[in-house]
Design a protein. Sequence first.
Length: 176
Amino acid sequence: MPESWDLHEGRFIREEAKTSAADGLYIDSSTVPAGKVWTVIECSIGPSVAETQEVAFLLISRSTYQYAVSIPESVALSTLIQFPLVTMGMELKLFPGDKIRGRRAAATAGSTISMNVRYIETDLPPYDYVEPQERKRITAARHSIGKAISGGVGGGAVVPPVPPGRGGGRGGSEPY
């Protein structure tokens, strides 16, 4: 399966590790900055002590809506065994304002939860470049669609109906 990023973008690989407060039930990644896109290529969470917990991941959008990214699962975790969201060969796109939240159902007294994220940060393109030859094909297609809508060659333009009581013609006494 092809990746959504090119190999030369490997220069933009970033990593972050965050840890919650003691007894924390969740940990958030950083928020994707404006004008950037993150392609998350690895992400996992783990506790500071061995525990069996129900864990899951959410995507928090810039409007603070929560979207489930994984199904809650009860797993045995330790400082050496982490619960993965994304592993090598998988990826998750995050757009400006998005962040990942890893959560657990309960906390062992005094334990923390940590998240490790590896991602590629690229610029969000403001537009898509289209080759001039491709632009000609698009224009030709739009032109033929326009002819079909207007009744073909020599057909009249599509005129929207005039609401009743609005005059209708040019120079009418009532404004439209």
